[in-house]
Design a protein around this ligand. Structure first.
Ligand code: ADP
Ligand code: MG
Length: 344
C-alpha cells in the first residue's frame, strides 16, 4: 500500500475582501492563495519561500486550520481538517503546532513560561499540575533552556531564548508537523544559525516534519529537503534544494537565488531586499511574473503558464523554463535575470 502523506494540500484558494473604498463600488478582493497543492511525507520537511505578500503566512494559517480556505483541502494523515467536527479538530491539533515569527509578540507577557509552554497541552484536556510541570521542564531542556526558567516571564529572555520557548511550546504535544513562519527573521544574524541548528537537532531526535516559511532561500535550504517558491499566491517552482540551486527553472527563483549570499557555508546572513514589489493588480491575464521578468515576451503576457514537470520531482510554471535551466547557476545568471535588483 502506498504511504499516506503526512500532509496533503490540494488546490488551496483563499480570497480576502478588501475594505470598501467607496459606497458606489464593490469592495476589491485579494487572491492571497491561488490554487496551491503540496504534500509532505512523514519526517520530511518542506521549505516555502517567496517575498513579502506572496501568500506564505496565509498558507501557514490554512495548514494550521486557523482559517478556512475559500476552496481546496488540507489533509493531515489523510483526514480533511476542514471537514472535522470542532471536537475532533481540537484533538487533531496535538499533531500539528506552529511557531510564529515574532518572539516578542507571540508570548503573553503576563504569563509564566510554565503556563505559556503548557498551553497547547492544557487546551487538549486536563492534566494534573505536577505532571504538567514535569512535561514543561522536559521540553525546556530539549530546547536548551534550564528547569529554573520555568517560573520566569518572557521579558526575562533574549530574542533567541524566546524563540526557544516558542519551539518548546510547539513541542509539548509531541507533534508530527511543526509549521514555522519566518522563525528566525526577527532574530540577530548571529542567533539565527543557533535556532536553525536546534530545529535540525529536534528533527533528527523526534522524526519531526517541518514546513519552514521564509523570504530567505538560504534559511530553508538549511533545513529542507524540498522547496516551493511562491509568487503572488501561486507555486512557481518546486523541487529539491539541489535542483533549485543548480538549475532553477523559474526566473523568479533565479532572482531569489541571486539574493542569497555567495558564501552559503557558515552563518545565515541577511540578504539584500531590493526587489521591485510584486503587485496583484499589475498581473494581467498571462504569467503573473511577466511584468518583472526580463525574458517575458508577448506569449508570456497573454498565456498563463501551468506548473508542469521539467525533471524528476522538479516542477516550474514558466514558458521558458528550459532556457532558464540552461543558464549557469548563481552569479552569472543573476545579472542577466535581475535587472531591477538595484532599486528599480
Ligand atoms: P506573506 O506571508 O508571504 O508576506 P501573506 O499571506 O501575509 O503573505 O499575504 C498575502 C496577500 O494576502 C497579501 O496581499 C496580503 O495583503 C493579503 N492578506 C493576507 N491576510 C489578509 C487579511 N486577513 N485580509 C486581507 N488581506 C489579507
Ligand atoms: Mg508572512
Amino acid at each position: 500500500m502506498p504511504e499516506v502523506p503526512l500532509l496533503k494540500v490540494k488546490d488551496l484558494v483563499r480570497r480576502y475582501k478588501l475594505p470598501r473604498e467607496s459606497l458606489l463600488r464593490a469592495p476589491g478582493e485579494v487572491l492571497a492563495l491561488n490554487g496551491v497543492s503540496v504534500r509532505v511525507m512523514a519526517g520530511r520537511s518542506l521549505g516555502v519561500v517567496g517575498e513579502s505578500g506572496s501568500g506564505k503566512s496565509t498558507f501557514a494559517r490554512l495548514v494550521m486550520a486557523l482559517e478556512r480556505p475559500t476552496s481546496g483541502s488540507v489533509l493531515l494523515s489523510g483526514r480533511d481538517l476542514n471537514a472535522m467536527p470542532a471536537d475532533e479538530l481540537r484533538c487533531a491539533r496535538r499533531d500539528f503546532q506552529m511557531v510564529f515569527q515574532d518572539p516578542y509578540g507571540s508570548l503573553d507577557p503576563r504569563q509564566t513560561i510554565a503556563r505559556i509552554v503548557a498551553e497547547p497541552l492544557t487546551a487538549l484536556g486536563k492534566l494534573d499540575r505536577a505532571s504538567l510541570r514535569e512535561r514543561v521542564a522536559g521540553v525546556l531542556r530539549q530546547v536548551g533552556l534550564r528547569d529554573a526558567d520555568i517560573d520566569k516571564y518572557p521579558h526575562e529572555f533574549s530574542g533567541g531564548q524566546r524563540q526557544r520557548i516558542a519551539i518548546a511550546r510547539a513541542l509539548i504535544t509531541q507533534p508530527k508537523l511543526i509549521v514555522a513562519d519566518e522563525p528566525v527573521s526577527a532574530l540577530d544574524v548571529s542567533v539565527q544559525a543557533q535556532v536553525l541548528n536546534l530545529l535540525q537537532d529536534l528533527q533528527e531526535q523526534f522524526g519531526l516534519s517541518y514546513i519552514l516559511i521564509s523570504h530567505d532561500l538560504a534559511v530553508v535550504d538549511y533545513l529542507c529537503d524540498e522547496i516551493v517558491v511562491m509568487y503572488l499566491g501561486r507555486v512557481v517552482e518546486q523541487g529539491s534544494s539541489e535542483d533549485l540551486f543548480a538549475c532553477g527553472a523559474h526566473p523568479y527563483t533565479r532572482a531569489l537565488l541571486d539574493a542569497v549570499p555567495r558564501a552559503k557555508a557558515g552563518a545565515v546572513r541577511q540578504r539584500r531586499q531590493a526587489f521591485a514589489t510584486a503587485s496583484h493588480s499589475a498581473a494581467g491575464s498571462g504569467c503573473p511574473y511577466a511584468p518583472r521578468c526580463p525574458l517575458a515576451d508577448q506569449h508570456c503576457r497573454d498565456v498563463p503558464p501551468r506548473l508542469h514537470e521539467i525533471g524528476p520531482n522538479h516542477l516550474a510554471a514558466c514558458h521558458k523554463a528550459e532556457a532558464v535551466m540552461a543558464l549557469p547557476p548563481l552569479a552569472e545568471a543573476g545579472s542577466a535575470l535581475v535587472p531591477d535588483r538595484h532599486g528599480a
